[in-house]
Write a protein that binds this ligand. Sequence first.
Ligand code: NAD
Ligand code: FES
Length: 283
Amino acid sequence: MFPIVSNDLIAPYVHRLIIQAPRVAKARRPGQFVIVHADRQAERVPLTIADADTDRGTITLFVQAVGYSTCRLVAMSSGESLRDLAGPLGRPTRIERYGRVACIGGGVGTAVLYPLAKALAAVGNQVITIIGGRTSEFIILANELTEFSSEVLITTEDGSRGKKGFVTHVLQYLIGDPRSVPQAVYAVGPVPMMKAVTDMTRPHQIKTIVSLNPIMIDGTGMCGGCRVMVGGQMKFACVDGPEFDAHQVDFALLADRLSTYRDEECRMLQRLPKQQRPAARQR
Ligand code: NAD
Ligand code: FES
Protein backbone atom coordinates (compact mmCIF):
# COMPACT_ATOMS: atom_id res chain seq x y z
CA MET A 1 0.00 0.00 0.00
CA PHE A 2 1.21 3.50 -0.85
CA PRO A 3 -0.82 6.04 1.15
CA ILE A 4 -0.99 9.66 0.02
CA VAL A 5 0.32 11.88 2.82
CA SER A 6 -0.66 15.17 1.16
CA ASN A 7 -1.98 16.50 -2.12
CA ASP A 8 -1.61 20.23 -2.86
CA LEU A 9 -2.50 22.23 -5.96
CA ILE A 10 0.60 24.35 -6.69
CA ALA A 11 -0.24 25.72 -10.17
CA PRO A 12 -3.18 25.32 -12.55
CA TYR A 13 -3.66 21.54 -13.02
CA VAL A 14 -0.35 20.78 -11.24
CA HIS A 15 -0.39 18.95 -7.90
CA ARG A 16 2.37 18.08 -5.44
CA LEU A 17 1.74 14.60 -4.04
CA ILE A 18 3.70 13.31 -1.07
CA ILE A 19 3.47 9.54 -0.87
CA GLN A 20 4.53 7.05 1.77
CA ALA A 21 7.00 4.72 0.04
CA PRO A 22 9.96 4.13 2.43
CA ARG A 23 11.90 1.65 0.32
CA VAL A 24 11.69 3.83 -2.79
CA ALA A 25 12.66 6.92 -0.75
CA LYS A 26 15.79 5.13 0.45
CA ALA A 27 16.85 3.63 -2.87
CA ARG A 28 16.09 6.44 -5.32
CA ARG A 29 18.75 8.59 -6.95
CA PRO A 30 18.34 11.86 -8.88
CA GLY A 31 16.86 11.38 -12.35
CA GLN A 32 14.91 8.21 -11.49
CA PHE A 33 11.16 7.79 -11.71
CA VAL A 34 8.30 5.61 -10.50
CA ILE A 35 5.28 4.24 -12.35
CA VAL A 36 2.07 4.75 -10.42
CA HIS A 37 -1.36 3.27 -10.83
CA ALA A 38 -4.18 5.19 -9.17
CA ASP A 39 -6.92 2.58 -9.49
CA ARG A 40 -8.14 -0.34 -11.59
CA GLN A 41 -9.49 1.84 -14.46
CA ALA A 42 -6.46 4.15 -14.65
CA GLU A 43 -3.34 3.60 -16.75
CA ARG A 44 0.16 3.35 -15.35
CA VAL A 45 1.76 6.82 -15.24
CA PRO A 46 5.55 7.42 -15.14
CA LEU A 47 6.49 10.28 -12.78
CA THR A 48 9.93 11.57 -11.83
CA ILE A 49 10.79 11.36 -8.14
CA ALA A 50 11.30 15.07 -7.47
CA ASP A 51 12.45 14.60 -3.89
CA ALA A 52 12.57 12.08 -1.05
CA ASP A 53 12.64 12.19 2.73
CA THR A 54 14.29 9.06 4.05
CA ASP A 55 13.44 9.87 7.69
CA ARG A 56 9.73 10.08 6.95
CA GLY A 57 9.86 7.44 4.24
CA THR A 58 8.15 9.67 1.68
CA ILE A 59 8.67 10.64 -1.94
CA THR A 60 7.45 13.80 -3.70
CA LEU A 61 5.83 13.66 -7.13
CA PHE A 62 4.44 16.47 -9.27
CA VAL A 63 1.47 15.55 -11.42
CA GLN A 64 -0.06 17.62 -14.21
CA ALA A 65 -3.70 16.68 -14.81
CA VAL A 66 -3.88 16.18 -18.56
CA GLY A 67 -5.63 12.86 -19.19
CA TYR A 68 -7.95 10.37 -17.51
CA SER A 69 -5.28 8.67 -15.39
CA THR A 70 -3.54 11.84 -14.18
CA CYS A 71 -6.94 13.39 -13.36
CA ARG A 72 -7.78 10.30 -11.27
CA LEU A 73 -4.42 10.67 -9.48
CA VAL A 74 -4.82 14.33 -8.57
CA ALA A 75 -8.41 13.71 -7.39
CA MET A 76 -7.14 11.36 -4.64
CA SER A 77 -7.11 12.75 -1.10
CA SER A 78 -4.60 12.32 1.69
CA GLY A 79 -5.27 9.02 3.45
CA GLU A 80 -6.26 7.23 0.24
CA SER A 81 -3.75 4.76 -1.22
CA LEU A 82 -2.43 4.22 -4.73
CA ARG A 83 -3.26 0.84 -6.24
CA ASP A 84 0.45 0.32 -6.88
CA LEU A 85 3.76 2.07 -7.34
CA ALA A 86 6.87 0.57 -9.01
CA GLY A 87 10.35 1.98 -8.72
CA PRO A 88 12.80 3.52 -8.56
CA LEU A 89 13.16 3.02 -12.33
CA GLY A 90 15.49 4.36 -15.01
CA ARG A 91 19.14 5.29 -14.93
CA PRO A 92 20.14 7.90 -12.37
CA THR A 93 21.53 11.18 -13.71
CA ARG A 94 25.28 11.05 -14.42
CA ILE A 95 26.47 13.87 -12.22
CA GLU A 96 29.68 15.50 -13.41
CA ARG A 97 31.56 18.67 -12.58
CA TYR A 98 31.17 20.85 -15.64
CA GLY A 99 31.74 24.28 -14.11
CA ARG A 100 28.78 26.42 -15.17
CA VAL A 101 25.56 24.54 -15.98
CA ALA A 102 22.31 26.00 -17.29
CA CYS A 103 19.32 24.03 -15.99
CA ILE A 104 16.20 24.83 -17.98
CA GLY A 105 12.66 23.86 -17.00
CA GLY A 106 9.59 24.47 -19.15
CA GLY A 107 6.27 24.46 -17.26
CA VAL A 108 5.75 21.28 -15.28
CA GLY A 109 9.09 19.97 -16.62
CA THR A 110 10.61 22.15 -13.88
CA ALA A 111 9.60 19.44 -11.39
CA VAL A 112 11.75 16.91 -13.27
CA LEU A 113 14.60 19.41 -13.46
CA TYR A 114 14.59 20.09 -9.70
CA PRO A 115 16.43 16.92 -8.48
CA LEU A 116 18.94 17.16 -11.36
CA ALA A 117 19.77 20.79 -10.61
CA LYS A 118 20.10 20.01 -6.90
CA ALA A 119 22.48 17.11 -7.57
CA LEU A 120 24.57 19.16 -10.03
CA ALA A 121 24.93 21.95 -7.46
CA ALA A 122 25.87 19.47 -4.72
CA VAL A 123 29.08 18.46 -6.56
CA GLY A 124 30.19 22.06 -7.01
CA ASN A 125 28.73 23.18 -10.33
CA GLN A 126 27.55 26.76 -10.67
CA VAL A 127 23.89 26.22 -11.55
CA ILE A 128 22.07 28.92 -13.49
CA THR A 129 18.41 27.98 -13.55
CA ILE A 130 15.96 29.19 -16.18
CA ILE A 131 12.27 28.39 -15.69
CA GLY A 132 9.40 29.34 -17.95
CA GLY A 133 5.62 29.24 -17.88
CA ARG A 134 2.68 30.62 -19.79
CA THR A 135 1.87 33.12 -17.02
CA SER A 136 3.14 33.78 -13.48
CA GLU A 137 0.77 31.22 -11.97
CA PHE A 138 2.40 28.43 -14.03
CA ILE A 139 5.87 29.12 -12.56
CA ILE A 140 6.69 26.36 -10.06
CA LEU A 141 9.53 25.69 -7.57
CA ALA A 142 11.21 29.09 -8.04
CA ASN A 143 11.93 29.47 -4.30
CA GLU A 144 13.15 25.90 -3.89
CA LEU A 145 15.53 26.25 -6.87
CA THR A 146 16.92 29.54 -5.47
CA GLU A 147 18.42 27.60 -2.55
CA PHE A 148 21.17 26.07 -4.69
CA SER A 149 21.19 28.09 -7.95
CA SER A 150 23.48 31.08 -8.41
CA GLU A 151 20.57 32.69 -10.29
CA VAL A 152 16.98 31.73 -11.08
CA LEU A 153 15.87 33.47 -14.26
CA ILE A 154 12.14 33.42 -14.95
CA THR A 155 10.26 33.87 -18.21
CA THR A 156 6.54 34.10 -18.86
CA GLU A 157 4.84 34.29 -22.21
CA ASP A 158 2.66 37.24 -21.17
CA GLY A 159 5.40 39.03 -19.20
CA SER A 160 3.47 38.72 -15.91
CA ARG A 161 6.68 37.55 -14.14
CA GLY A 162 10.33 37.81 -15.15
CA LYS A 163 11.28 38.34 -18.79
CA LYS A 164 8.57 38.19 -21.41
CA GLY A 165 9.04 35.26 -23.82
CA PHE A 166 10.31 31.69 -23.81
CA VAL A 167 13.12 30.13 -21.78
CA THR A 168 15.18 30.04 -24.97
CA HIS A 169 15.29 33.85 -25.08
CA VAL A 170 17.25 33.86 -21.81
CA LEU A 171 19.47 30.98 -22.93
CA GLN A 172 20.38 33.01 -26.01
CA TYR A 173 21.69 35.81 -23.76
CA LEU A 174 23.76 33.36 -21.69
CA ILE A 175 25.30 31.75 -24.75
CA GLY A 176 25.97 35.12 -26.37
CA ASP A 177 28.12 36.37 -23.48
CA PRO A 178 31.51 34.69 -22.89
CA ARG A 179 31.17 35.50 -19.15
CA SER A 180 27.99 33.42 -18.82
CA VAL A 181 28.19 30.77 -21.54
CA PRO A 182 27.50 27.40 -19.88
CA GLN A 183 29.70 24.33 -20.23
CA ALA A 184 26.62 22.09 -20.10
CA VAL A 185 22.85 22.49 -20.45
CA TYR A 186 20.08 20.33 -18.95
CA ALA A 187 16.61 20.89 -20.40
CA VAL A 188 13.29 19.37 -19.37
CA GLY A 189 9.85 20.35 -20.64
CA PRO A 190 7.61 20.16 -23.68
CA VAL A 191 9.19 18.53 -26.76
CA PRO A 192 9.22 21.78 -28.83
CA MET A 193 11.10 23.48 -25.98
CA MET A 194 13.72 20.74 -25.67
CA LYS A 195 14.19 20.77 -29.44
CA ALA A 196 14.54 24.58 -29.49
CA VAL A 197 17.19 24.43 -26.73
CA THR A 198 19.04 21.68 -28.59
CA ASP A 199 19.04 23.62 -31.87
CA MET A 200 20.47 26.61 -29.98
CA THR A 201 23.34 24.75 -28.26
CA ARG A 202 24.34 22.54 -31.22
CA PRO A 203 26.27 25.20 -33.21
CA HIS A 204 28.24 26.04 -30.02
CA GLN A 205 28.90 22.35 -29.24
CA ILE A 206 27.61 22.78 -25.70
CA LYS A 207 26.91 19.42 -24.08
CA THR A 208 23.13 19.20 -23.73
CA ILE A 209 21.09 16.61 -21.85
CA VAL A 210 17.32 16.22 -22.08
CA SER A 211 14.96 14.06 -20.03
CA LEU A 212 12.48 12.34 -22.34
CA ASN A 213 8.90 11.47 -21.47
CA PRO A 214 7.58 8.99 -24.05
CA ILE A 215 4.55 6.83 -23.31
CA MET A 216 5.56 4.06 -20.89
CA ILE A 217 3.78 0.85 -19.97
CA ASP A 218 5.88 -1.69 -18.05
CA GLY A 219 8.93 0.47 -17.32
CA THR A 220 11.26 -2.53 -17.52
CA GLY A 221 12.39 -2.61 -21.18
CA MET A 222 9.96 -5.43 -22.12
CA CYS A 223 7.07 -3.77 -23.98
CA GLY A 224 8.87 -1.34 -26.31
CA GLY A 225 6.28 1.37 -25.63
CA CYS A 226 8.86 3.97 -24.69
CA ARG A 227 11.17 3.51 -27.68
CA VAL A 228 13.00 6.58 -28.93
CA MET A 229 15.68 7.02 -31.57
CA VAL A 230 18.98 8.40 -30.30
CA GLY A 231 21.99 8.67 -32.61
CA GLY A 232 20.18 6.49 -35.15
CA GLN A 233 19.73 3.66 -32.63
CA MET A 234 16.57 2.50 -30.91
CA LYS A 235 16.66 3.09 -27.16
CA PHE A 236 14.12 2.40 -24.43
CA ALA A 237 13.70 5.50 -22.27
CA CYS A 238 12.71 3.43 -19.23
CA VAL A 239 15.96 1.46 -19.02
CA ASP A 240 18.44 3.36 -21.25
CA GLY A 241 17.20 6.80 -20.09
CA PRO A 242 15.22 8.88 -19.38
CA GLU A 243 18.19 11.26 -19.94
CA PHE A 244 19.92 11.35 -23.32
CA ASP A 245 22.40 13.42 -25.31
CA ALA A 246 20.02 15.98 -26.81
CA HIS A 247 22.05 16.43 -29.99
CA GLN A 248 21.39 12.78 -30.89
CA VAL A 249 17.62 12.67 -30.18
CA ASP A 250 15.02 12.35 -32.96
CA PHE A 251 12.49 14.85 -31.55
CA ALA A 252 10.12 14.57 -34.55
CA LEU A 253 9.62 10.84 -33.87
CA LEU A 254 9.15 11.48 -30.14
CA ALA A 255 6.45 14.11 -30.83
CA ASP A 256 4.74 11.79 -33.29
CA ARG A 257 4.68 8.84 -30.88
CA LEU A 258 3.39 11.01 -28.03
CA SER A 259 0.33 11.91 -30.13
CA THR A 260 -0.51 8.28 -31.06
CA TYR A 261 -3.35 7.86 -28.56
CA ARG A 262 -4.71 11.44 -28.57
CA ASP A 263 -8.21 10.42 -29.77
CA GLU A 264 -8.51 7.62 -27.19
CA GLU A 265 -7.26 10.00 -24.47
CA CYS A 266 -9.98 12.53 -25.39
CA ARG A 267 -12.65 9.79 -25.29
CA MET A 268 -11.45 8.57 -21.86
CA LEU A 269 -11.58 12.14 -20.49
CA GLN A 270 -15.32 12.25 -21.23
CA ARG A 271 -15.79 9.44 -18.67
CA LEU A 272 -14.60 11.68 -15.85
CA PRO A 273 -17.04 13.82 -13.85
CA LYS A 274 -16.99 17.33 -15.40
CA GLN A 275 -15.37 18.96 -12.35
CA GLN A 276 -12.36 16.60 -12.62
CA ARG A 277 -11.64 17.33 -16.31
CA PRO A 278 -8.78 19.73 -17.15
CA ALA A 279 -9.45 22.65 -19.49
CA ALA A 280 -8.14 22.22 -23.06
CA ARG A 281 -4.36 22.71 -22.99
CA GLN A 282 -3.45 22.64 -26.67
CA ARG A 283 -1.14 25.36 -27.95
P1 NAD B 1 4.04 24.84 -21.66
O1 NAD B 1 3.58 24.33 -22.97
O2 NAD B 1 3.17 25.76 -20.90
O3 NAD B 1 5.50 25.50 -21.86
C1 NAD B 1 6.26 25.93 -20.75
C2 NAD B 1 7.39 26.78 -21.21
O4 NAD B 1 8.25 26.02 -22.05
C3 NAD B 1 6.99 27.98 -22.06
O5 NAD B 1 6.50 29.06 -21.30
C4 NAD B 1 8.30 28.30 -22.74
O6 NAD B 1 9.18 29.02 -21.92
C5 NAD B 1 8.86 26.91 -22.99
N1 NAD B 1 8.51 26.50 -24.36
C6 NAD B 1 7.38 25.88 -24.77
N2 NAD B 1 7.42 25.72 -26.12
C7 NAD B 1 8.57 26.26 -26.54
C8 NAD B 1 9.20 26.42 -27.81
N3 NAD B 1 8.61 26.00 -28.93
N4 NAD B 1 10.40 27.04 -27.86
C9 NAD B 1 11.01 27.49 -26.75
N5 NAD B 1 10.49 27.36 -25.50
C10 NAD B 1 9.28 26.77 -25.41
O7 NAD B 1 4.42 23.63 -20.72
P2 NAD B 1 3.48 22.74 -19.80
O8 NAD B 1 2.09 22.72 -20.34
O9 NAD B 1 3.66 23.01 -18.37
O10 NAD B 1 4.20 21.36 -20.07
C11 NAD B 1 3.54 20.32 -20.51
C12 NAD B 1 4.47 19.52 -21.42
O11 NAD B 1 5.68 19.14 -20.76
C13 NAD B 1 3.77 18.27 -21.85
O12 NAD B 1 3.98 18.15 -23.25
C14 NAD B 1 4.51 17.21 -21.09
O13 NAD B 1 4.49 15.99 -21.80
C15 NAD B 1 5.89 17.79 -20.97
N6 NAD B 1 6.65 17.21 -19.86
C16 NAD B 1 7.88 16.73 -20.13
C17 NAD B 1 8.62 16.13 -19.14
C18 NAD B 1 9.93 15.53 -19.47
O14 NAD B 1 10.43 14.74 -18.69
N7 NAD B 1 10.52 15.91 -20.58
C19 NAD B 1 8.11 16.04 -17.85
C20 NAD B 1 6.87 16.60 -17.57
C21 NAD B 1 6.15 17.18 -18.61
FE1 FES C 1 8.08 -0.74 -21.84
FE2 FES C 1 10.02 1.05 -21.68
S1 FES C 1 7.99 1.22 -20.91
S2 FES C 1 10.03 -0.84 -22.74
